[in-house]
Design a protein around this ligand. Structure first.
Ligand code: C5P
Length: 300
């Protein structure tokens, strides 16, 4: 029996993020169109003696990310063990991070999704996709999407996933900020500045995605959290303007930010945009990624 399982999981960008009213739970109702991007974290899960759970990081954020029970990946491992009564459950998790931390690309949620898949395989739990999706939703709003990836609508809190038809290749340049943004703080700022909007994702965007009309997708990108993210990190205005100047056909703050995502029609154009953004004072570093890619998958 295999004693190690490796799962690869993508980052996400929201092609549209519509924010509605707040539920009693404090969560906002969302209508969002997710896309999985080829910027991956790897979660390596190794069998450990019963009752022993450990977590370590390499790469982005290693050294300051929590490795105790407050970490969503650790909570994912313990949740699946408990829910499926895995009596001899124990795991040593190593997460190789490339997805920016507190960047609006769902890195923590991605690691939790990957951990669910990895432990499901490692302990031979045989949980169905529906079971995993339900556990994922209880961990966080973005976690269910990271199990499936591709291009999908998210409704409810963003945790009810409906895959959509998507054609074409989407080449992205990503500009990472010097510091992160807290998702709850961005939502709170949204409530203060803007208040609820509708949650309907534009039909024209869905039609453009279905037809693979990438320039139209670029024009129709929309994020209702933009003003809130920019209010908390004003230098994002410089980053967004520079990406437009560099020829991006679509410009958006990713999720709750502060990572900014710039769409291009060719890999070469995306490379050029990334290169020009890398010279900006407001940008810590740049990444290139393509979409759509599938969700958390066992790769070894
Ligand atoms: O689900 P997750 O833990 O990733 O969400 C982090 C925070 O983002 C929530 O505690 C909440 O403040 C905010 N949020 C929200 N509405 C959503 C998703 C997230 O208000 N639909």
């Amino acid at each position: 029996m295999s004693t190690t399982v490796r799962v690869r999981v993508p980052a996400k960008v929201n092609l549209s993020l519509r924010v509605g009213p707040t539920e009693a739970s404090g969560y906002h109702e969302l209508g969002t169109l997710f896309q999985g991007l080829s910027l991956f974290d790897d979660v390596i899960a190794e069998r450990a003696p019963a009752g022993q759970f450990s977590l370590a990081f390499q790469g982005e954020g290693a050294g300051f990310l929590p490795t105790d029970d407050t970490n969503l990946a650790m909570r994912a491992a313990k949740l699946i063990a408990r829910r499926f009564d895995v009596t001899d459950a124990g795991v040593s998790l190593l997460i190789r991070k490339r997805i920016p931390v507190a960047g609006g690309m769902a890195g923590g949620s991605a690691d939790a999704a990957a951990t669910l898949r990895a432990c499901n395989e490692l302990w031979r739990v045989c949980a169905s996709d529906a079971d995993l999706s339900e556990l994922a939703a209880s961990l966080g709003a973005d976690v269910p999407f990271l199990l499936v990836g591709g291009t999908a609508l998210g409704t409810g809190r963003g945790d009810v996933i409906h895959p959509v038809a998507c054609q074409g290749s989407y080449y992205w340049a990503l500009a990472l900020s010097h510091s992160g943004l807290s998702t709850p703080e961005v939502f709170a700022e949204f409530d203060r500045l803007d208040g609820p909007r509708g949650v309907v994702v534009d039909e024209a965007l869905l039609a453009a995605v279905a037809a693979g009309d990438v320039p139209a997708v670029g024009r129709l990108l929309r994020n209702d959290l933009t003003a809130a993210a920019v209010a908390l990190q004003p230098c994002l205005n410089d980053t967004l303007a520079a990406g437009r100047m560099a020829g991006a056909i679509g410009v958006i703050v990713s999720g709750s930010g502060p990572t900014c995502a710039f769409l291009a029609e060719t890999p070469q154009a995306a490379d050029r945009i990334a290169q020009s953004l890398s010279r900006l004072a407001s940008v810590r570093t740049v990444r290139r990624a393509d979409g759509p890619v599938g969700g958390a998958q066992v790769v070894g």
